[in-house]
Design a protein around this ligand. Structure first.
Ligand SMILES: [Zn+2]
Length: 83
């Protein structure tokens, strides 16, 4: 029973994302190869020029998302890293 309002919204967001993606690909079929690497290596930002790291779970190696999860982990476990 996990199909609440949240996932309904996420389905809508994904649909919207697909529309944006197909529009980008229509304008430039080589977008994936030609797009400049984003500053933060975020997959979403690179592909779609938007910061939606909640969608980076589609891409397992987004460093921005990994950093976020790492920080959450540290906070949850009260770990302080000396810099
Ligand atoms: Zn990201």
């Amino acid at each position: 029973m996990s199909w609440g309002i949240g996932s309904e919204q996420k389905r809508k967001d994904i649909k919207e994302l697909m529309d944006i993606a197909s529009r980008i690909m229509q304008e430039n079929p080589n977008h994936v190869n030609e797009v400049a690497k984003s500053n933060n290596d975020c997959w979403m930002e690179q592909m779609y020029l938007m910061q939606r790291c909640d969608f980076c779970d589609l891409s397992p190696d987004c460093p921005t998302r990994e950093e976020q999860e790492w920080q959450d982990y540290l906070k949850k476990n009260n770990i302080v890293i000396e810099k």
